[in-house]
Design a protein around this ligand. Structure first.
Ligand code: UDP
Ligand code: MG
Length: 317
């Protein structure tokens, strides 16, 4: 099979027939063999009935129905598990992404050898309250992930080599960082294609403003996991030792100050009068705690079944 199209959706009943007809038109014009996997993420409207009706009529339509709303990432994850095509395309259900981009996206994967091609909504039809934070967010994601050529990490329209989707685990709300996940799994030929974007035709957006807060927190965890996930002691131990050393120096300063005042015969000088006393107190306590956190982190990562899971591309036996 040439292409699997994975469509996560939550309450998008009006868009589905139109989206299906459009994808079908593009696929047939290009003579691709394909499947469309609709992942119904616990919709409360008629979306699933619509998918069932389409499935009864068209053999290329497949569906997964979640019992409740889990989120876009879990929907993508399950769609990826089911996908059989050599190239996997993901696309939002709300008709904001255009199926006309599919042939070119596929060509970049098949002929130019990209592992992942992300859409870039250069001209967006979203409110300003969304486009400005998005710019900031993408700049941070570029810096942290080291994928310098991507302008738009969280574009719903993306194309993947099949290998990629079978080797990454999209969980929580990590769909915003799939290129970063792919890079961490060793798929680093990541490209970008400018795509058309349209205003939402039916329904309304499913994500509120908290997407930006959560987005940044997720980026932080991803960065931490990919840099220190299997060696937590390296970061906690380092910061902990540093603090402990500062605290220790402060203790010496306090001691010396006390001795000096004693030698001068001043008995009224209390160590608690010196700022170094407080520095030594906090630094030594915090340093020890960080150290312990590091050890606990090591214990947890030693016990994880994932600790020796590596992506082996090929072997010769
Ligand atoms: N979506 C989903 N589960 C959710 C929220 C959204 O499957 O919990 C789907 C949604 O139906 C759409 C896609 O994810 O197909 C992108 O959502 P939306 O268009 O609301 O996001 P935006 O375009 O505003 O970023
Ligand atoms: Mg949308």
């Amino acid at each position: 099979m040439d292409i699997s199209v994975v469509v996560p959706l939550y309450n998008e009943e009006e868009s589905l027939p139109e989206l299906h007809a459009w994808i079908k038109r593009v696929m047939e014009a290009n003579h691709f063999s394909y499947e469309i996997i609709f992942v119904n993420d616990g919709s409360t409207d008629r979306s699933w009935q619509v998918i069932e009706e389409l499935g009864a009529q068209y053999p290329e339509v497949k569906g997964i129905k979640f019992r409740r709303n889990y989120g876009k990432s879990p929907a993508l994850f399950c769609g990826f598990e089911k996908a059989q095509g050599d190239v996997v395309i993901t696309m939002d259900a709300d008709l904001q992404d255009s199926p006309d981009e599919i042939p070119e996206l596929r060509r970049m994967i098949v002929e130019e050898g990209y592992d992942l091609v992300s859409g870039y909504k250069k001209k967006r039809y979203d409110p300003l309250s969304k486009t400005i934070p998005t710019k900031l967010f993408n700049a941070t994601a570029r810096k942290v992930s080291g994928i310098k050529n991507l302008h738009d990490f969280n574009c719903g329209l993306k194309a993947y080599r099949k290998d990629v989707v079978k080797h990454i685990e999209v969980y929580g709300e990590m769909h915003r960082y799939i290129p970063y996940l792919a890079k961490n799994a060793g798929f680093d030929k990541i490209g970008e294609k400018v795509v058309h974007h349209q205003a939402r035709k039916y329904g309304k957006t499913k994500f509120g403003l908290n997407r930006f807060v959560n987005g940044y927190l997720d980026l932080l965890s991803l960065w931490f996991l990919s840099s220190y996930g299997v060696k937590p002691m390296h970061v906690f131990g380092f910061v902990g030792s540093l603090m402990f050393i500062i605290g220790f120096i402060a203790v010496i300063v306090v001691g010396v100050l006390k001795l000096i005042s004693l030698s001068k015969g001043i008995y009224g000088f209390l160590v608690t009068n010196s700022p170094y006393f407080y520095i030594s107190l906090t630094m030594m306590i915090l340093g020890t705690q960080l150290f312990v956190a590091g050890f606990l982190g090591e214990l947890i990562s030693r016990n994880s079944s994932e600790r020796n899971k590596y992506e082996i591309e090929k072997t010769i036996d």
